[in-house]
Design a binder for this molecule. Structure first.
Ligand SMILES: [Mg+2]
Length: 268
């Protein structure tokens, strides 16, 4: 698919079915989290069982078909190079939730891919847009990302009884939900996408008062697009950058993901 022009009008009909309830509040709970119903969690308060692709399978496997039904992106483009601030605004959004590996650079790259640099810079340079990164990375990569994106918050989310812990890196700053010792979190396994709780944490970081104010940009249907769609967050699906940079098991999963999404879509 070719590059879109700025100001492209995009249908939001592909958005998911999880309602924006606005019914619940709890002392100390971030605004966006408080306004979503816990019953809508597709992966409620569970810990990931590992850091790698096995964890993604274990976490997402039982819910694959449900995820696949929500995997139609609002906008499908070849790459971030086609995006303009006007495109984001046409989606009704002022916040961008970024996937990194495969979306902005090859897996475990050290900088935004050169062919995306101009587009990323113009999106970053728009004063009306806010940004946050959600990546299925381990603790080391989490720290590395903070040195690559020194002025964009990067979130990791951990489950705990009765709630979640949100860890936030912004350059040298490393903080987390009050009451938690951030120095101990490197030894704790974080939640992994697909997970609506991670998207909710991103919405709160972006200061969105509604999911419709944000857009998720990623290269994977089930891990990036589906959970965002389920909350009513607009989604942009891009082609994976350098698929060969990912381990073979991950590439196999990505192929299976595309086949499942296609199969579910054909049976509608
Ligand atoms: Mg990715």
């Amino acid at each position: 698919m070719g590059a879109r022009k700025p100001g492209l009008q995009v249908s939001r009909s592909a958005l998911g079915t999880v309602p924006w309830a606005g019914q619940r509040s709890s002392p100390g709970m971030p605004a966006v989290l408080a306004q979503l119903r816990p019953a809508d969690d597709i992966f409620p308060m569970q810990s990931a069982r590992g850091y790698d692709w096995v964890s993604t399978v274990l976490q997402g496997g039982p819910k694959l078909v449900k995820l696949a039904r929500h995997a139609a992106p609002t906008l499908r483009i070849d790459s971030v190079a086609s995006l303009y601030p006007e495109t984001i605004r046409s989606l009704g959004a002022h916040g961008i939730i970024w996937d990194v590996d495969g979306t902005l650079m090859p897996r475990h790259g050290s900088a935004v891919a050169p062919h995306l640099a101009a587009a990323f810079a113009r999106l970053r340079g728009d004063p009306m847009l806010r940004h946050v990164i959600l990546s299925n990375c381990d603790a080391k990569r989490f720290a590395d990302l903070a040195t690559i994106f020194t002025d964009i918050p990067i979130l990791r989310v951990y489950a705990r009884a009765g709630g979640i812990i949100v860890r936030r890196r912004l350059g040298e700053s490393d903080s987390c939900t009050p009451g938690t010792d951030v120095s101990r979190l490197d030894s704790v396994r974080a939640l992994r996408k697909p997970n609506v709780l991670m998207v909710r944490a991103a919405l709160d970081e972006l200061r969105c008062t509604s999911p419709s104010q944000a857009v998720m940009i990623g290269d994977q249907y089930l891990t990036d697009v589906a959970p965002a769609n389920m909350l009513g967050v607009a989604t942009v699906k891009v082609d994976t950058i350098e698929p060969g940079s990912f381990p073979m098991p991950v590439r196999a999963l990505q192929l299976a993901e595309r086949l499942l999404v296609r199969m579910v879509a054909s049976h509608r």
